[in-house]
Design a binder for this molecule. Structure first.
Ligand SMILES: *Cc1c(COP(=O)(O)O)cnc(C)c1O
Length: 413
């Protein structure tokens, strides 16, 4: 199926060619560490890239490859590598091109784990400079002759700042630097960053792609268009692979040598989850918009942050860039940490836990959890305040969520 004329939800179900054994409608879980071959010559060909095939699951596996193909098609890329976690995918995506002495320019509203990763990379001679405001001009000001990657999230978690991907890709490319986008919070349902000029897209597929919070995983997808020059010396031997140079280098090099592979079982769970990505996101985004509006009405002292609200500084950009919906994360400032805790403890339906992208609504107090190691100033730069609750909105009936929040707010006045 070419897929050119099919809608998002149809593609989710039918975007992989080929049929599985016995007429099975799902790919089997190839729970096998290694793959046998008929002859020594055959295995030699696989190891020397002269024929396609599987040898060892740390490098690849049919179930994992099926997941990679599905996400590659969804994001409109040329190839993908699935990893053991979103952090592993980020590490691989970055370190496939960076080396000691290089610099990264990144947005300040990043996921805390990613900021911690950039801090870890300092020990390997890689420095990250952060823009205070997520505006393409600000990134450009921080670019030096050592900059080798521009990094941003489509919708920052939990700042909910929206990146102008096309404008940022233009800035990056005018300096011959690739743009890497973490598209976890938006998913290809809301936007396909490669089509707007990004060069590599990364997901924590533990979140919306999996959808049910039953497996940790990550994936990176290459657009295949970036022209690697000699400022990326590791890529030079792989230029013979054309658009697949970035993926070929990674799979033959860092990915295989650091061993952060996905398990076939988790790849399978992600494939199941993917089938409902469009349906879930549609419902979650609609619920998020309604809940954001409701929270504002509940108490006019609340500061509700959601790109779908007209007063959001990112509303226009999000409207232009996303597919008419605004993501499923809402944050609300309720006046004090005590009130935030009281509301969270009073709520009946949402779970208090550190995750996003579940079918169930989740609430978190970022300042005392995922952002607790950041200084006050760093917290504010990443959109975290002592009185802020982050809500990852699920697929529940919205009337139940509204009622639950209404009761919690009224009972904690
Ligand atoms: C959760 C998350 C990650 C990290 O992914 P894991 O699967 O937990 O390793 C990276 N980026 C964003 C935006 C996330 O939300």
């Amino acid at each position: 199926m070419s897929g050119g004329y099919l809608g998002f939800n149809t593609l989710l179900l039918h975007n992989v060619k080929g049929s599985y054994s016995h007429g099975s409608t799902h790919i089997p879980i190839y729970q096998s560490s290694a793959f046998k071959h008929e002859s020594a010559e055959e295995l030699e060909k696989i190891f020397t890239n002269k024929s396609m095939g599987f040898s060892y699951t740390r490098i690849n596996n049919p179930t994992i490859e099926d997941f990679e193909k599905r996400v590659t098609a969804l994001e409109g890329g040329v190839g993908a590598v699935a990893c053991s976690s979103g952090m592993s995918a980020l590490f691989n995506a970055l370190m496939n091109v960076l080396q000691s002495g290089d610099e990264v320019v990144a947005s300040a509203g990043l996921y805390g784990g990613t900021v911690e990763l950039f801090t870890e990379l300092e020990a390997f001679g890689i420095t990250t400079r952060y823009v205070a405001h997520n505006l393409p001009d600000e990134y450009e000001k921080l670019i030096t002759e050592k900059t080798r990657v521009i990094f941003a999230e489509t919708i920052g978690n939990p700042k909910l700042d929206v990146t102008d991907i096309s404008a940022l890709a233009n800035v990056a490319h005018s300096h011959n630097i690739p743009l890497i986008i973490d598209n976890t919070t938006a998913t290809p349902y809301l936007v396909k960053p490669l089509s707007l000029g990004a060069d590599v897209v990364v997901h924590s597929s533990s979140k919306y792609i999996n959808g049910n919070s039953d497996a940790i995983s990550g994936i990176l997808i290459s657009g295949g268009k970036f022209k690697w020059d000699d400022r990326y010396p590791g890529l030079i031997p792989y230029k013979k692979f054309g658009p697949l140079a970035y993926i070929a280098k990674l799979r033959a090099g860092l990915f295989r040598s650091t061993g952060g592979c996905l398990s076939p079982q988790n790849a399978f769970l992600n494939i199941l989850g993917l089938e409902t990505l469009g349906l879930r996101l549609e419902r979650e985004c609609d619920n998020a918009l309604e809940l954001a509006r409701h929270l504002k009405e509940l108490d006019d002292s609340f500061v509700v942050n959601y790109p779908g609200l007209e007063e959001s500084a990112y509303h226009k950009l999000a409207t232009d860039q996303l597919n008419g919906r605004y993501g499923a994360i809402v944050t609300v400032r309720v006046g004090s940490k005590e009130r935030a805790f009281a509301i969270m403890n009073e709520i009946k339906i949402p779970y208090i836990l550190s995750n996003i992208g579940d079918t169930k609504t989740l609430v978190l107090h970022p300042a005392s959890t995922i952002a607790v190691t950041l200084s006050k100033e760093e917290q504010e730069q990443s959109g975290v305040y002592d009185d802020l609750i982050r809500i990852s909105v699920g697929i529940e009936d919205i009337k139940d969520l509204k009622e639950d929040f209404t009761n919690a707010v009224n009972n904690t006045k």
